[in-house]
Design a protein around this ligand. Structure first.
Ligand SMILES: NC(=O)c1ccc[n+]([C@@H]2O[C@H](COP(=O)([O-])OP(=O)(O)OC[C@H]3O[C@@H](n4cnc5c(N)ncnc54)[C@H](OP(=O)(O)O)[C@@H]3O)[C@@H](O)[C@H]2O)c1
Length: 328
């Protein structure tokens, strides 16, 4: 299957190329970058030298020849591609936020008009794959909502309040340098940011509603000096107390058949470079603390996007994603 990656010079685009090198059915045939068109892939992704002869290109949408395309571009850029690609018969997985939220919520949260809205399936596969049906487009979830929602989902129906506290690595901001990601601001430092107003909060709230929860959700992210990973501590306040044994059984049972969710004490290093979400729950009665760890660029973005591609294309969900983590 021929794959195009729109936005291949970015962090998630680079991860898509890396992961798809190990996919038995898919081959990347088009990797776009406006700024690097004509340059070999390794000029920007040196870790990929020797694995691919791809050259960045900047084709018109009409000239893209693929069976499936990933949109690894900023929000608002993706909405220009989706419909033209679908009309060419190309399946699309969109990593941006453009189709994750209802139109009015998107426009409020992102402060821009949506120029080509339609309702799209949103997909954390572990929670939603059964409702996809036969589709040729998936809106891939945000990185924070993925780790947070997987942490809270088993208890969603029993909670009245959920407080997510997340620590994220710097690659979450993409590869465009900024004052916030400048080394002296990040190294040897920890900052909270968007304490009450991060854009992903609405996605987390939408997910809880989708799961039939009435819980109020709150979220504060922190930037920590690591390249990859999101560690989320979810404080889940319950209507009725639950004992540790009951909580643990609930989590183990909920994710029993899920290859990519592992019930064990989470640590960023253990999931680095992988599509796994590690999580564990501890109860103190009416408050359960669940901690989850994901790699923001893999389960939080490109890996989950490939998982979604595998589902809509009828491949094994694990294809291209079987690699273990890097520890230490
Ligand atoms: N980083 C993460 O952890 C993460 C996690 C989940 C989701 N996401 C989402 O995934 C998307 C990509 O994120 P990223 O971190 O990979 O960003 P990034 O590192 O900044 O890369 C963005 C890519 O998009 C291209 N691009 C930018 N504007 C474009 C436009 N108007 N038209 C076509 N191409 C354009 C860029 O190359 P040129 O400018 O050379 O064309 C580059 O290849 C974003 O929507 C982001 O929110 C990111």
């Amino acid at each position: 299957m021929k794959v195009a990656i729109i936005g291949a010079s970015g962090y998630t685009g680079g991860e898509l190329i890396r992961l798809l090198l190990g996919h038995p059915e898919a081959e990347v045939v088009c990797a776009t970058s406006r700024k690097l068109a004509g340059m070999p892939i390794e000029s920007h992704h040196p870790h990929l030298k020797g694995f691919t002869d791809l050259v960045f290109e900047n084709p018109e949408i009409d000239a893209i020849d693929a069976d499936c395309a990933f949109l690894a571009v900023p929000h608002t850029a993706a909405m220009k591609y989706v419909r033209p690609l679908l009309e060419k018969g190309i399946r699309v997985v969109d990593l941006s936020a453009d189709y994750r939220l209802p139109k009015d919520v998107f426009e409020k949260v992102y402060g821009v008009a949506h120029t080509d809205y339609f309702e799209a399936p949103y997909g954390i596969p572990e929670l939603h794959r059964d409702s996809y049906g036969k589709v040729d487009f998936i809106s891939n979830p945000g990185c924070f909502p993925t780790g947070a929602t997987l942490a809270a989902a088993p208890l969603a129906k029993f909670a009245h309040t959920i407080i997510y506290d997340s620590k994220t690595g710097v690659s979450g901001a993409g590869d465009n340098p900024s004052a916030v990601t400048h080394y002296p601001n990040v190294g040897d430092n920890v900052n909270a940011y968007k304490w009450t107003s991060h854009r992903h909060l609405e996605e987390m709230r939408m997910e809880m509603k989708n799961l039939g929860s009435k819980a109020r959700c709150y979220f504060t992210p922190h930037l920590v000096p690591v390249n990859r990973g999101i560690l989320t501590t979810a404080h889940i306040l319950l209507d009725e107390p639950m004992e540790q044994d009951e909580v643990e059984m609930l989590y183990r049972d909920f994710y029993r058949d899920e290859f990519f969710v592992r019930y064990q004490s989470p640590a960023l290093a253990a999931v680095r470079g992988t599509n796994f979400c590690d999580l564990r729950a501890e109860s103190e009665g009416d408050r359960v603390v669940v901690v989850s760890a994901i790699d923001n660029l893999v389960k939080g973005a490109s890996g989950q996007a490939i998982q979604n591609m595998n589902i809509i294309c009828g491949f094994d969900e694990r294809d291209g994603l079987r690699g273990a983590g890097l520890l230490p």
